[in-house]
Design a protein around this ligand. Structure first.
Ligand SMILES: C[S@@+](CC[C@H](N)C(=O)[O-])C[C@H]1O[C@@H](n2cnc3c(N)ncnc32)[C@H](O)[C@@H]1O
Length: 290
């Protein structure tokens, strides 16, 4: 067996005890396989790598015991999967279900390192109005609605991902109306909501790492959005902040958010293996002042 196949096998075996239907099996350099990620969604596998990793695909498959359902993508050009299979799957996360689309994009539609934060949101949303900024496929909106939120609003600039979010609401049998999905820039949405006098009992702030890096300071944008979002928080409200920018510490995120010490800090996902200054998700909740 090649070194790559052996490393994949060892990485997958290390995740064996984890009870998740959707799990990261190989996490790049943290599993001695730089520029390669493998995730499993039920019986289907999703392999993503840099272009120079494409030649390793047979060894990766051997390390996974040649599963029947494998989708892969190396860089932008090289991609594939079983003939006639569009890669659409439904995967469970606790009581929630999510659509994923394997092989199509850089992310299949569900950030697995956010599962603990989604569980936190579900547990802290009963009877609350929750605003989900940078909603993507609305994982946090679904978690809030499933947790009994009386209102959820999902904001994102990309209409395609909001359509997927709507499908996730439908999949979970969750109510939604014309306020649930809002194609809007996050800062513009926050200013518009402030002007309208809106109040929320929970706000999720999860900007893309690239956007957070705009202007050279990875936390400046996050801080601006959190300050605006903080103005909309009702008494007793919470703000959940996620930051996956490279080399950013919990303390630095706390300082950027500006709401004091967090009331909850997420643990590193057990199937992710951050190395050194490499990106790792910082997730923390803060309480509204006053
Ligand atoms: C890191 S993903 C968010 C992941 C999401 N919170 C989840 O749990 O699945 C970032 C999202 O922010 C959106 N986005 C980027 N710039 C934005 C902006 N200025 N305003 C609102 N959304 C934006 C992107 O379209 C993308 O869907």
């Amino acid at each position: 067996m090649s070194d790559v196949a052996a490393a994949v096998r060892a990485a997958a075996a290390a995740r064996n005890p984890l009870p998740y239907p959707a799990v990261r099996l190989v996490d790049g350099a943290g599993d001695h396989l730089p520029r390669l990620v493998v995730e499993r969604f039920g019986d289907a596998f999703w392999v993503r790598g840099a272009p120079d990793r494409a030649a390793d695909l047979p060894a990766v498959l051997a390390g996974l015991d040649d599963p029947a359902q494998v989708f892969w993508r190396f860089g932008h050009a090289e991609r594939g999967g079983p003939a006639g299979d569009d890669g659409a799957r439904v995967v469970a996360e606790g009581p929630l279900q999510f659509h994923v689309h394997l092989g199509e994009n850089r992310n299949p539609g569900l950030f697995l390192d956010g599962r603990e934060a989604r569980a936190w949101v579900r547990a802290h949303s009963a009877d609350r109005a929750v605003l989900n900024l940078f909603a993507y496929t609305c994982g946090f909106g679904v978690a809030a609605a499933a947790g009994g939120a009386r209102l959820t609003t999902n904001v994102d600039t990309a209409p395609g991902v909001l359509a997927r979010g709507q499908a996730n609401y439908a999949l979970n049998g969750l109510p939604h109306d014309d306020r649930t999905f809002w194609k809007r820039d996050a800062q513009k949405a926050l200013r518009q909501l402030r002007k309208a006098g809106a109040r929320y009992d929970g706000v999720v702030v999860d900007p893309p790492p690239v956007r957070q890096g705009a202007g050279g300071d990875p936390l400046a944008y996050l801080g601006r959005v959190c300050r605006l979002a903080g103005e909309l928080l009702a008494e007793g409200g919470w703000m959940l902040v996620l930051c996956a920018a490279r080399g950013v510490s919990q303390d630095a995120v706390d300082a950027a958010v500006g709401l004091g010490d967090p009331t909850w800090v997420g643990q590193p996902a057990p199937d992710f293996r951050a190395v050194g200054e490499g990106p790792r998700l910082v997730a923390a909740a803060y309480r509204a002042p006053g």
